[in-house]
Design a protein around this ligand. Structure first.
Ligand code: PLP
Length: 443
């Protein structure tokens, strides 16, 4: 055992020695295609010289200044960039260092907004089952990932969960998209009414679900209906785009495809592209106005928020994405990847679904297609596929199988926006071999 307390101490991971464009290279010199950008993080791949230069330049000027004394130029410019690329109302940015911190800050901002407006009774937050919003206690509480919550249940603040929007598994026979979305919006409204609307602060959802279910988009109209329910009851809508945001789904913000705007938006992974740990909450004017004209200060803060080098890295990443048209590239390459997955797995007896948007695509494994039957979760097929893929030179992001209520196993692909078609073809080839080897190994 090494001295690092690894996630799985008995099977510590390989050493990644270097990164080179869209590949990771281990200590023995073996190359692995970064098919999921870690966890949808590395949008520009590894070793991008412009990002590295921007970080070094910032380090030479100023490595750190505490935000209670000073702001910094890269932080101000990064906020300007995010606001300029977002719908008009999302006019303010609060920086953090991780997705979990962004979710915690958004939950607290929502609560403070209500208190500042004299609605002190608004304290409940509603999330969805089969969601993931982070591992800190507040984010864990509002997430619906039962496997990760179970051990800590007694410590989690009271929270409430409604059904996910996952048509493949939960739409009733004969139910239209419209009727399904309406049913889910009614469920949210009933939950708000049961708690008492005057006690509900916010509803939080991933715009496209990542870790728990694998690139699951809501049915058309779902978010508009949800938005209307929230508005009717004065409940804030928080969208968590920590994983699916900033070009990953082929739109700058995933919500721009849903016809809604959130009150609060959580961003992280693709913001710094892995060059630095950085996250953000974007807030509508009304939220910041209520706080500024009320007590005058958001009651929150961490030592490393708005870190100048992290902001310089993220600014460079976001500038490159904008300059090089990489959101459009994510949309186009996403179509290519989707087609490659369809060509390869469309007739596969053990692939029941191929889904996603942009460079955020997943396959779902099934023991049988007819009737649609998942593999026994105890087989942990997704973990076996991850292992087989890594042995063949592909890093991909597995999930499912062990999470309460999630049917089946899936594998998520979220390659860098600078991926090439040839790389995607190779990744899909390796994934196919890994899927077959993993299924053969479980008989
Ligand atoms: N929210 C979503 C949607 C995520 O996918 C994640 C991480 O996977 C988080 C929040 C937590 O982010 P972090 O791991 O940076 O704390």
């Amino acid at each position: 055992m090494t001295h690092i307390f690894h996630r799985s101490p008995l099977t510590p991971p390989k050493l990644a020695a270097r990164g080179q464009s869209n590949y990771l290279i281990d200590a023995s010199g073996r190359r692995y295609y970064d098919g999921s950008g870690g966890a949808a993080v590395s949008c520009l791949g590894h070793g991008h010289p412009e990002v590295i230069d921007a970080m070094i330049e910032q380090l030479r000027k100023l490595e750190y200044a505490h935000t209670s004394f000073f702001s910094s130029e890269p932080a101000e410019r990064l906020a300007d960039t995010l606001v300029r690329q977002s719908p008009a109302g999302l006019g303010h940015v609060y920086f953090l260092s991780s997705g979990s911190e962004a979710v915690e800050a958004a939950l607290k901002m929502a609560r403070q907004y209500h208190v500042e407006r004299g609605e002190r009774t608004r304290r409940h937050t509603i999330g969805r089952l089969q969601s993931y919003h982070g591992n800190t206690l507040g984010a864990l509480a509002i997430g619906g990932h039962q496997g990760r919550r179970a051990l800590y249940q007694p410590l989690l603040v009271e929270s409430h969960h409604v059904s996910p929007c996952f048509a493949r598994h939960y739409r009733l026979a004969g139910e239209t998209d419209d009727a399904y979305g309406t049913r889910l919006a009614q469920e949210l409204e009933q939950t708000i009414l049961a708690l008492g609307p005057e006690t509900v602060s916010a509803f939080i959802a991933e715009t496209v679900v990542g870790a728990t279910a694998g690139a699951v988009c809501a049915v058309p109209g779902y978010f508009e209906k949800i938005r209307r329910v929230c508005d009717r009851h004065g409940v804030l809508l928080i969208l968590d785009e920590v994983m699916c945001g900033l070009g990953r789904t082929g739109a700058y913000h995933a919500f721009q495809r849903e016809g809604v705007e959130p009150d609060l938006l959580c961003l992280a992974k693709g913001l710094g592209g892995g060059y630095q740990p950085i996250a953000a909450v974007m807030a509508q004017e009304k939220i910041v106005d209520a706080i500024v004209s009320g007590s005058g200060a958001f009651q929150h803060g961490h030592t490393y928020i708005g870190h100048p080098v992290a902001c310089a890295a993220a600014l460079a990443v976001q500038n490159i994405i904008e300059r090089d048209g990489l959101v459009r590239r994510s949309a186009q390459l996403g179509e290519t990847l989707h087609r490659l997955l369809r060509d390869r797995f469309g007739g596969h007896p053990h692939v029941g679904d191929i889904r996603g948007r942009g460079l955020f695509q997943a396959i779902e494994l099934v023991a049988r297609r007819e009737p649609d039957t998942p593999f026994d979760p105890d087989l942990r097929l997704h973990a076996l596929i991850k292992r087989e893929a890594l042995a063949r030179g592909l890093a991909c992001y597995p999930g499912g199988g062990t999470m309460d209520g999630v049917r089946g196993d899936h594998v998520l692909l979220a390659p860098p926006f600078l991926a090439t078609q040839a790389e995607l073809e190779e990744a899909v080839d390796i994934l196919a071999a890994a899927v077959d080897a993993a299924i053969a190994s479980v008989g």
